[in-house]
Design a protein around this ligand. Sequence first.
Ligand SMILES: Nc1ncnc2c1ncn2[C@@H]1O[C@H](COP(=O)(O)OP(=O)(O)OP(=O)(O)O)[C@@H](O)[C@H]1O
Ligand SMILES: [Mg+2]
Length: 450
Amino acid sequence: MSEIGKRATILVVDDEQGVRQSFHMVLKDEFEVLLAETGNQAIDIFTNNTVDVILLDILLPDINGIELLERLKDMDPNTEIIMITAVKDIQTAVKAIKQGAYEYIIKPFNVDEVVTVIRRALEKHTLVKELTYLKGELERVQPFEKMVGNDEKMMKIFDLISTISQSDGTVLVQGESGTGKELVARAIHRRSPRKDRPFVVISCAAIPPTLMESEIFGHTKGAFTGAVHTAMGKLEIAHRGTILLDDIDSLDINMQGKLLRVIQEREFERLGSTKVIRVDVRFIASSNKDLEELINRGEFREDLFYRLNVFPVMVPPLRERKGDIPSLLNHFLELFSKGDNPPKRFSPEAVKVLMKYDWPGNVRELENLVQRLSTLCRGPVIRLRDIPMFTMTRTEIKDMPLREAIKAFEKQYIATILESVNYNRTKAAEILGVHRNTLSAKLYELGIRP
Ligand SMILES: Nc1ncnc2c1ncn2[C@@H]1O[C@H](COP(=O)(O)OP(=O)(O)OP(=O)(O)O)[C@@H](O)[C@H]1O
Ligand SMILES: [Mg+2]
């Protein structure tokens, strides 16, 4: 599989002879099988052989499984590693996945499951290899339309987007709220051969469960009370294009099963009809919750998770890629400074403070702040005293002269009141308990744009 006509090579690393033997039995008809008893032996074999997939026991006598995983991945990041674990070690297995393992299987294992997982890992392996090759011929590291970032972590995501967009495999984009998951999904679509076809979002959190089925599958006239017309579902609309299952964690368990069938079969029926409709769609799912945790709680189907997680994309929180902050600030300044020519800029001190801040709401929070400051600040430069204090550390606040601090507070306070009354100055003055003229003078003094 790795090269045409040649069988793929699987390395099994487990200290129990029984386990090694049973893997050998199960795999030898389809694959070349190499066996290692210890971590060191595994490294040895790996160094001297071409290995496509490794089955790696988490508990080894000489090297900790996670550590070994990292070392093997370092030696060749393209080798897919499947962890073998006991039920009690699931936590470690989950950690291994985060470190780049392809998947884990639990002892005692089921033969079909093992073979399926290996086949899937090999599929990905072959695909990634082809794509790495193809990618060289595409224009590389070209910044994504409207998606900015130059931190190393983001560059890796851009690379991943390039690779993934050339295939049809399902993608699972995970990351905290506001990190840019939807943007990643759009970028994948835009760069894919499907780019001239629709990109359709199904918002799993926003649509009530009772309407979800018809939203996705469509319905025929009279299928349920209120179905006066036949309507196409989003699956049909997205034919030949891409579907984003946004916030998939919110999808109820019943729908999860129905969706799984579509992802597997690429066919479905409209509600109230028995006619089978076939579609060609690429699925991307997004979630800001830990799906593995939901699986453990029985709220998310494990089989659906594995179907979705063919290409995992983890969008890091903004605090872990602070190098992106200056370019994001500039990007949004440009976006929001409609009348200003040239666009406003931040003073170096302001940027410094904003780079230290942790941005719990990620890019969305930064975007909102820049929008607010662009609207409110009058001058061409947004200074430290314009920046809300919550972004500052205690030391930074302490270092501010009292007068500056009072001004900063006053400014934010007035700005908040103004926003709350839609910039109606009479109302704002009333709430603030000052005369309208006093407010106007204050606005001028503080450099707040009327
Ligand atoms: N790298 C980026 N460059 C430019 N804009 C970005 C970037 N990342 C995020 N944004 C912007 O930040 C906002 C939030 O992004 P997006 O909606 O994709 O986040 P999300 O991860 O889907 O959030 P949620 O989990 O809350 O749905 C959007 O307005 C998006 O355009
Ligand atoms: Mg989103």
